[in-house]
Design a binder for this molecule. Structure first.
Ligand code: ARG
Length: 262
Protein backbone atom coordinates (compact mmCIF):
# COMPACT_ATOMS: atom_id res chain seq x y z
CA UNK A 1 0.00 0.00 0.00
CA UNK A 2 1.43 3.30 -0.95
CA UNK A 3 1.23 5.81 1.85
CA UNK A 4 3.13 8.45 0.00
CA UNK A 5 2.09 11.88 1.02
CA UNK A 6 3.76 14.44 -1.09
CA UNK A 7 3.63 17.95 0.19
CA UNK A 8 3.09 20.22 -2.72
CA UNK A 9 6.07 22.42 -3.17
CA UNK A 10 5.55 26.09 -3.29
CA UNK A 11 3.02 26.26 -0.54
CA UNK A 12 4.78 28.21 2.11
CA UNK A 13 3.42 28.99 5.49
CA UNK A 14 1.41 25.90 6.14
CA UNK A 15 0.64 25.85 9.79
CA UNK A 16 2.20 23.23 12.01
CA UNK A 17 -1.28 21.96 12.73
CA UNK A 18 -1.95 21.33 9.09
CA UNK A 19 1.40 19.62 8.67
CA UNK A 20 0.55 17.29 11.48
CA UNK A 21 -2.82 16.57 9.95
CA UNK A 22 -1.08 15.59 6.73
CA UNK A 23 0.79 12.93 8.60
CA UNK A 24 4.07 14.54 7.79
CA UNK A 25 7.05 14.03 10.02
CA UNK A 26 7.17 17.79 10.23
CA UNK A 27 10.60 17.85 8.67
CA UNK A 28 9.10 18.02 5.23
CA UNK A 29 10.59 14.61 4.46
CA UNK A 30 8.95 12.41 1.91
CA UNK A 31 9.57 8.92 3.27
CA UNK A 32 7.50 6.24 1.66
CA UNK A 33 6.07 3.62 3.98
CA UNK A 34 5.88 0.14 2.51
CA UNK A 35 3.53 -2.57 3.72
CA UNK A 36 5.04 -6.04 3.97
CA UNK A 37 2.71 -9.00 4.36
CA UNK A 38 3.39 -12.20 6.26
CA UNK A 39 1.71 -15.24 7.82
CA UNK A 40 2.95 -15.03 11.39
CA UNK A 41 2.40 -18.67 12.34
CA UNK A 42 5.68 -20.16 11.21
CA UNK A 43 8.26 -19.93 13.97
CA UNK A 44 11.20 -19.40 13.94
CA UNK A 45 10.65 -17.33 10.78
CA UNK A 46 7.58 -15.35 11.82
CA UNK A 47 5.26 -15.77 14.75
CA UNK A 48 3.29 -13.66 17.16
CA UNK A 49 4.54 -12.68 20.58
CA UNK A 50 1.48 -10.91 21.88
CA UNK A 51 0.75 -8.36 19.16
CA UNK A 52 4.31 -8.34 17.94
CA UNK A 53 5.57 -10.29 14.95
CA UNK A 54 8.98 -11.79 15.69
CA UNK A 55 11.37 -14.12 13.92
CA UNK A 56 14.34 -14.53 11.64
CA UNK A 57 12.43 -13.12 8.66
CA UNK A 58 11.35 -10.13 10.74
CA UNK A 59 14.91 -9.25 11.79
CA UNK A 60 16.26 -9.83 8.31
CA UNK A 61 13.54 -7.66 6.79
CA UNK A 62 14.33 -4.90 9.25
CA UNK A 63 18.02 -4.93 8.32
CA UNK A 64 17.17 -4.96 4.61
CA UNK A 65 14.66 -2.11 4.83
CA UNK A 66 17.07 0.01 6.83
CA UNK A 67 19.76 -0.66 4.23
CA UNK A 68 17.34 0.22 1.42
CA UNK A 69 16.17 3.35 3.22
CA UNK A 70 12.50 2.39 3.37
CA UNK A 71 10.07 2.96 6.14
CA UNK A 72 7.76 -0.05 6.48
CA UNK A 73 5.17 -1.85 8.51
CA UNK A 74 4.47 -5.55 8.65
CA UNK A 75 0.96 -6.83 8.22
CA UNK A 76 -0.11 -10.28 9.38
CA UNK A 77 -2.23 -11.10 6.35
CA UNK A 78 -2.19 -14.89 6.67
CA UNK A 79 -0.79 -17.23 4.00
CA UNK A 80 -3.21 -17.43 1.10
CA UNK A 81 -4.49 -13.87 1.57
CA UNK A 82 -0.88 -12.71 1.25
CA UNK A 83 -0.70 -13.95 -2.34
CA UNK A 84 -4.02 -12.28 -3.16
CA UNK A 85 -2.85 -9.04 -1.55
CA UNK A 86 0.33 -9.16 -3.65
CA UNK A 87 -1.69 -9.70 -6.81
CA UNK A 88 -3.92 -6.74 -5.95
CA UNK A 89 -0.90 -4.68 -4.93
CA UNK A 90 -2.40 -4.18 -1.49
CA UNK A 91 1.01 -4.98 -0.04
CA UNK A 92 4.36 -3.93 -1.48
CA UNK A 93 6.10 -7.21 -0.68
CA UNK A 94 5.91 -10.30 1.47
CA UNK A 95 8.33 -12.20 3.66
CA UNK A 96 7.04 -15.48 5.02
CA UNK A 97 9.52 -18.31 4.49
CA UNK A 98 8.27 -18.34 0.91
CA UNK A 99 9.95 -20.80 -1.41
CA UNK A 100 11.01 -19.45 -4.78
CA UNK A 101 9.58 -21.73 -7.46
CA UNK A 102 8.70 -21.60 -11.15
CA UNK A 103 5.00 -21.75 -10.57
CA UNK A 104 5.01 -18.70 -8.29
CA UNK A 105 7.46 -16.91 -10.57
CA UNK A 106 4.73 -16.83 -13.23
CA UNK A 107 2.68 -14.49 -11.06
CA UNK A 108 5.18 -12.85 -8.70
CA UNK A 109 8.74 -11.66 -8.57
CA UNK A 110 11.29 -12.76 -5.98
CA UNK A 111 14.43 -11.38 -4.44
CA UNK A 112 17.54 -13.47 -4.62
CA UNK A 113 17.54 -16.43 -2.19
CA UNK A 114 18.06 -15.74 1.50
CA UNK A 115 17.56 -19.14 3.17
CA UNK A 116 17.90 -22.79 2.18
CA UNK A 117 15.18 -25.15 3.33
CA UNK A 118 13.75 -28.61 2.73
CA UNK A 119 10.49 -30.26 3.70
CA UNK A 120 10.54 -32.56 6.70
CA UNK A 121 8.13 -34.92 8.45
CA UNK A 122 6.86 -34.37 11.98
CA UNK A 123 5.25 -37.37 13.67
CA UNK A 124 4.59 -38.87 17.09
CA UNK A 125 7.35 -40.72 18.86
CA UNK A 126 7.13 -44.44 18.09
CA UNK A 127 5.87 -43.86 14.54
CA UNK A 128 6.70 -46.42 11.87
CA UNK A 129 7.32 -43.65 9.33
CA UNK A 130 10.95 -43.62 8.21
CA UNK A 131 10.76 -41.79 4.90
CA UNK A 132 8.32 -39.83 2.74
CA UNK A 133 7.33 -43.02 0.91
CA UNK A 134 5.95 -44.39 4.20
CA UNK A 135 3.36 -41.61 4.14
CA UNK A 136 1.50 -43.40 1.36
CA UNK A 137 -2.01 -44.32 2.45
CA UNK A 138 -1.64 -42.38 5.70
CA UNK A 139 -3.37 -39.17 6.66
CA UNK A 140 -0.91 -36.30 6.55
CA UNK A 141 -1.51 -32.62 7.25
CA UNK A 142 0.01 -29.65 5.49
CA UNK A 143 -0.55 -25.94 5.31
CA UNK A 144 -2.71 -25.33 2.24
CA UNK A 145 -0.81 -24.01 -0.76
CA UNK A 146 2.67 -24.79 0.49
CA UNK A 147 5.51 -26.73 -1.08
CA UNK A 148 4.79 -29.44 1.52
CA UNK A 149 1.42 -30.04 -0.10
CA UNK A 150 3.02 -29.89 -3.52
CA UNK A 151 5.68 -32.47 -2.59
CA UNK A 152 3.06 -34.90 -1.28
CA UNK A 153 0.85 -34.49 -4.34
CA UNK A 154 3.83 -35.10 -6.58
CA UNK A 155 4.45 -38.41 -4.80
CA UNK A 156 0.90 -39.63 -4.23
CA UNK A 157 -1.31 -37.49 -6.48
CA UNK A 158 -4.15 -35.35 -5.11
CA UNK A 159 -5.47 -37.45 -2.28
CA UNK A 160 -8.13 -37.32 0.40
CA UNK A 161 -5.40 -38.33 2.81
CA UNK A 162 -3.66 -34.99 2.41
CA UNK A 163 -5.39 -32.77 4.93
CA UNK A 164 -4.96 -29.09 4.16
CA UNK A 165 -5.07 -26.38 6.80
CA UNK A 166 -5.12 -22.61 6.66
CA UNK A 167 -1.93 -22.33 8.71
CA UNK A 168 0.80 -24.56 10.02
CA UNK A 169 -0.32 -24.30 13.64
CA UNK A 170 -3.59 -26.00 12.69
CA UNK A 171 -1.71 -28.62 10.67
CA UNK A 172 0.34 -29.47 13.78
CA UNK A 173 -2.80 -29.43 15.92
CA UNK A 174 -4.25 -32.15 13.68
CA UNK A 175 -1.27 -34.35 14.51
CA UNK A 176 -1.60 -33.71 18.23
CA UNK A 177 -5.33 -34.53 18.01
CA UNK A 178 -4.62 -37.81 16.27
CA UNK A 179 -6.48 -36.65 13.15
CA UNK A 180 -3.37 -37.31 11.04
CA UNK A 181 -0.22 -39.38 11.44
CA UNK A 182 2.25 -36.79 10.23
CA UNK A 183 2.79 -33.17 9.22
CA UNK A 184 4.96 -32.10 6.31
CA UNK A 185 6.46 -28.61 6.56
CA UNK A 186 9.79 -26.80 6.36
CA UNK A 187 12.64 -28.42 8.33
CA UNK A 188 13.53 -25.49 10.59
CA UNK A 189 9.86 -25.09 11.54
CA UNK A 190 9.15 -28.71 12.47
CA UNK A 191 12.46 -29.00 14.32
CA UNK A 192 11.73 -25.84 16.28
CA UNK A 193 8.29 -27.12 17.22
CA UNK A 194 9.56 -30.54 18.35
CA UNK A 195 12.34 -28.92 20.36
CA UNK A 196 10.08 -26.39 22.07
CA UNK A 197 7.41 -28.94 22.93
CA UNK A 198 9.18 -31.94 24.47
CA UNK A 199 6.01 -32.88 26.37
CA UNK A 200 4.28 -33.62 23.04
CA UNK A 201 6.79 -36.43 22.32
CA UNK A 202 7.35 -35.78 18.65
CA UNK A 203 10.03 -36.86 16.21
CA UNK A 204 11.26 -35.33 12.97
CA UNK A 205 12.11 -37.41 9.93
CA UNK A 206 14.37 -36.20 7.12
CA UNK A 207 14.20 -37.45 3.58
CA UNK A 208 16.71 -35.81 1.29
CA UNK A 209 15.79 -38.10 -1.56
CA UNK A 210 12.11 -37.46 -1.83
CA UNK A 211 12.12 -33.82 -0.73
CA UNK A 212 14.04 -31.23 -2.68
CA UNK A 213 16.18 -28.38 -1.48
CA UNK A 214 14.31 -25.06 -1.65
CA UNK A 215 15.25 -21.42 -1.22
CA UNK A 216 13.24 -18.65 0.38
CA UNK A 217 12.93 -15.24 -1.20
CA UNK A 218 11.20 -11.97 -0.49
CA UNK A 219 8.16 -11.87 -2.79
CA UNK A 220 6.87 -8.90 -4.81
CA UNK A 221 4.00 -8.10 -7.11
CA UNK A 222 5.20 -8.66 -10.66
CA UNK A 223 7.21 -5.77 -12.06
CA UNK A 224 6.81 -3.78 -8.87
CA UNK A 225 8.72 -0.61 -8.20
CA UNK A 226 10.63 -1.53 -5.03
CA UNK A 227 12.20 -4.88 -5.70
CA UNK A 228 15.41 -3.63 -7.24
CA UNK A 229 16.31 -1.50 -4.24
CA UNK A 230 15.25 -4.18 -1.77
CA UNK A 231 17.16 -6.90 -3.57
CA UNK A 232 20.29 -4.76 -3.66
CA UNK A 233 19.93 -4.11 0.06
CA UNK A 234 19.46 -7.83 0.75
CA UNK A 235 22.67 -8.62 -1.11
CA UNK A 236 24.46 -5.93 0.88
CA UNK A 237 23.16 -7.29 4.20
CA UNK A 238 24.36 -10.78 3.25
CA UNK A 239 27.78 -9.46 2.19
CA UNK A 240 28.43 -7.17 5.12
CA UNK A 241 27.90 -9.82 7.80
CA UNK A 242 24.61 -8.49 9.18
CA UNK A 243 22.84 -11.54 7.78
CA UNK A 244 25.23 -13.90 9.58
CA UNK A 245 24.67 -11.98 12.81
CA UNK A 246 20.89 -12.37 12.58
CA UNK A 247 21.21 -16.00 11.51
CA UNK A 248 23.37 -16.82 14.52
CA UNK A 249 20.86 -15.19 16.84
CA UNK A 250 18.06 -17.44 15.59
CA UNK A 251 19.84 -20.64 14.68
CA UNK A 252 22.88 -20.59 16.94
CA UNK A 253 25.32 -21.31 14.15
CA UNK A 254 27.08 -19.75 11.17
CA UNK A 255 25.07 -19.69 7.95
CA UNK A 256 26.39 -21.19 4.75
CA UNK A 257 26.26 -17.98 2.77
CA UNK A 258 27.82 -19.64 -0.27
CA UNK A 259 24.72 -21.82 -0.68
CA UNK A 260 22.73 -18.65 -1.33
CA UNK A 261 24.89 -17.59 -4.26
CA UNK A 262 23.36 -19.18 -7.30
N1 ARG B 1 8.31 -22.69 2.29
C1 ARG B 1 6.98 -23.19 2.14
C2 ARG B 1 6.35 -22.58 0.91
O1 ARG B 1 6.80 -21.57 0.44
C3 ARG B 1 6.09 -22.93 3.34
C4 ARG B 1 6.05 -21.52 3.79
C5 ARG B 1 4.95 -21.23 4.80
N2 ARG B 1 5.14 -19.97 5.38
C6 ARG B 1 4.39 -19.47 6.38
N3 ARG B 1 4.71 -18.34 6.91
N4 ARG B 1 3.36 -20.15 6.80
O2 ARG B 1 5.38 -23.07 0.40
Amino acid sequence: MKMKQKLKTGIIGLSAVLLAACGSTGSGSDAEKLTIGTDAAYAPFESLEGEKIVGFDVDLLDAVMKEAGFDYEMKNTGWEPLFIALKNKEVDAGISAITINDDRKKTYDFSSPYFESINMILAKDGTSIKSAKDLEGKKVSVQNGTTGQEALEKMFGKSENIKKFENNTLAIQALLNGEVEAVVADNAVVQEYAKNNPDKKLVTITDQENFESEFYGIIFPKDGEHQEKINKALKKVIENGKYAEIYKEWFGEEPNVDALKQ
